[in-house]
Write a protein that binds this ligand. Structure first.
Ligand code: G3I
Length: 388
């Protein structure tokens, strides 16, 4: 059987062809979930307490959630991590487990073990799942970059089918396409280059949504993008390009339900909240829901003193969410993790300098799972919302 034949077999049937090495890799990944004692994955206080961010947001008709990483449940603080989510959120986003890089680390592996663990945790605690993400021209394993254009197109189609066949009806929302924009790829259309753009051109986006709707008739389908929030040239480029993509998708009657704005805010960039609110109105006027999907604050340019930094982070959450939540098209707010030490910014800082003395503090909970001023700022932004 030739390579294309083998690839076809792997992907159409969604089977996992194990070589010995791949079998070891798959067992290792399943061990990551297996070593998390059942008590950890089952731990929790039931659906949110009345003063949780999830409950406060729900009072105003907004779903509050956070990205979740199954590997965190296998660590010493895994039970407390699990309990924080069980109490505080109504939705979890797969931070790693449903990415192509996690599901297909090698050509003959399609391993759902970690993703199954995430769905099991969500089912145990009655949490909605946001599947992140089916198609992304970044974070693509090297073996996929080595495919021919034709094979990459075939993989994209088969991947959407394989993932949604397995999880049909179990995720409330899917980030169908993530980050289609990348000005640094110097294309006239500002699109992110990559194997799936090469295969189908800009219409890989519409194709992905049409295919996702075919295999998942009920979930909300989202186009997720970064960097639209700032009052600078980059923000303007992203807002203009995203609106152009959305208008094309609307003209194509592509089944896009919502726009995900990642909202990775930063102490290093300027904001013009009325300008951003006007951008939200432009999206809403096109008929799309708006989900804030990866909210956190890079505090690296704020004062080093933790109390001063926490105050500045809280103020930025307050001002940003006050502007964003004034638009009734905004129906969900998701932070990118809940506690500082499990943030991607923490891991990025540690890998850059293991001896760093100033750890990032981007989120509503600190490394001991205590609420920070950011928690109160987010809670008060929900409480201050006009009734919907
Ligand atoms: O778990 C392994 C660890 O065993 C290994 O020692 C270490 C060093 O190689 O890597 C660890 O895996 C890393 C994983 O995060 C868990 O920390 C991966 O290398 C690393 O690539 C991965 O980064 C994730 C990144 O997306 C790429 O998938 C971040 O956690 C995640 O927060 C980030 O999330 C993205 C969204 O998907 C899209 N929007 C931007 C956002 C932030 O970059």
């Amino acid at each position: 059987m030739g390579r294309r034949g083998r690839l076809a077999h792997d992907m159409t049937s969604g089977t996992t062809l194990f070589t010995r090495r791949a079998a070891i890799a798959a067992l290792a990944s399943s061990a990551a979930v297996a070593t998390a004692p059942k008590s950890v994955l089952a731990a929790g206080l039931g659906t949110g307490r009345t003063d949780s961010l999830g409950a406060i947001a729900a009072e105003k008709g907004v779903v509050f959630g956070a990205s979740f990483a199954v590997h965190e449940t296998a660590k010493p603080q895994g039970a407390r991590y699990a309990q924080l989510y069980a109490r505080e959120v109504r939705s979890i986003t797969s931070e790693l487990e449903l990415k192509m890089s996690s599901l297909r680390p090698a050509e003959h592996i399609l391993s759902f073990d970690a993703a199954d663990g995430l769905f099991d945790f969500a089912a145990t605690h009655a949490l909605a799942v946001r599947g992140h993400t089916l198609v992304w021209n970044d974070d693509v394993p090297p073996w996929i970059k080595a495919l021919s254009t034709k094979e990459a197109g075939y993989l994209m189609d088969a991947h959407i089918e394989a993932v949604l066949e397995r999880y049909r009806g179990r995720a409330a929302v899917w980030d169908v396409v993530n980050e289609p924009i990348a000005p640094w790829d110097n294309r006239p259309d500002n699109l992110r280059a990559g194997p799936f753009l090469a295969a189908y051109g800009i219409d890989y986006i519409a194709r992905s949504f049409e295919r996702a709707r075919r295999f998942e008739p009920n979930a909300k389908l989202v186009l997720n993008e970064a960097f639209t929030e700032t009052a600078d040239e980059r923000g303007e480029t992203y807002r203009r390009t995203l609106l152009s993509i959305l208008k094309r998708l609307k003209d194509q009657a592509a089944p896009v339900d919502a726009v995900g704005l990642q909202c990775h805010l930063s102490s290093r960039h300027p904001y013009d909240f009325p300008r951003f609110a006007a951008f939200l109105h432009e999206i809403a006027a096109l008929g799309f829901e708006i989900h804030l999907t990866e909210l956190d604050v890079d505090d690296s340019a704020f004062p080093r003193l933790a109390s001063a930094r926490d105050a500045r982070v809280a103020a930025l959450y307050r001002d940003f969410l006050t502007a964003a939540l004034s638009n009734t098209a905004v129906t969900s707010v998701t932070t990118w993790q809940l506690a500082d030490h499990t943030s991607w910014m923490h891991y990025r800082a540690v890998s850059a300098n293991a001896d760093a003395t100033t750890a990032p503090r981007p989120l509503p909970f600190d490394a001991d799972f205590n609420r920070k001023p950011a928690w109160m700022a987010i809670a008060n932004a929900f409480r201050a919302m006009p009734p919907r």
